[in-house]
Ligand binder design. Structure first.
Ligand code: CDP
Length: 207
């Protein structure tokens, strides 16, 4: 079973996808972490994420970034990730790795922006998770504040809107709901309620 979970910045995809994976005993891949690793590698090497050639080279070095590095979740890493993610060469370099995880014998849940449209267009279930910009900004603000980062809600909201526009407007694998994806609006749902809905959708689709 392959489950694709896509959606905009801070929609709660990661937490939800991780919970779905543990509920059904599937592997989990946070594909955003790959783009974040490329962005972080470039920041650390004083490179401009918009430098196309350097970004493709950086994509071949993602393995050098420790997946537990807390800097991966920084807001500036997210912004750099969104810049490198518009680069077709970077996307191509990361594609095989994502598809290999998706083919795991036990099945997998992948979350990102283009899982249902490009990485796994034949996924058994596709969820498009979203929420209002204000609710998403508040969730990200609470997450970063909880980690002791010095950020304001206004900065986060502004950054989220810029990133959503870049992710949706790019030519290569833009953020878009697949025609056969189920829309899951979590504006008024906490994680338990969102999980319950997701499990119901998955159950209906796969029974
Ligand atoms: O957690 P958050 O919603 O902030 O973002 P993320 O899932 O960690 O992804 C960071 C950035 O990587 C996004 O803004 C996208 O530009 C990019 N991304 C992508 O283009 N395709 C994916 N499958 C996953 C992430």
């Amino acid at each position: 079973m392959i489950i694709a979970v896509d959606g905009p910045v801070a929609a709660g995809k990661g937490t939800l996808a991780r919970r779905i994976a543990s509920h059904f005993g599937l592997k989990y891949l946070d594909t955003g972490a790959l783009y974040r690793a490329v962005g972080l590698y470039m920041i650390r090497n004083n490179q401009d994420p918009a430098d196309q050639e350097a970004a493709v080279t950086a994509a071949r070095h993602v393995g050098e970034i420790d997946p537990t590095d807390p800097a991966l979740r920084d807001e500036k890493t997210g912004s750099a990730a969104s810049v490198v993610a518009a680069n077709q060469g970077v996307r191509a370099a990361l594609l095989d790795y994502q598809r290999n995880i998706a083919k795991s014998p036990e099945g997998a849940v992948l979350d990102g922006r283009d899982i249902g449209t490009v990485v796994c267009p034949d996924a058994d279930v596709k969820l498009f998770v979203t929420a209002s910009a204000e609710v998403r900004a508040d969730r990200r603000f609470q997450e970063l504040k909880g980690k002791g980062q010095n950020v304001t809600y206004e900065e986060i909201l502004e950054d989220l809107k810029v990133r959503d526009a870049r992710d949706s407007g790019r030519k290569s694998a833009p953020l878009v709901k697949a025609d056969d994806a189920h829309l899951l609006d979590t504006t008024k749902l906490d994680i338990e309620a969102a999980l319950e809905k997701a499990v119901e959708i998955i159950g209906n689709q796969t029974s």
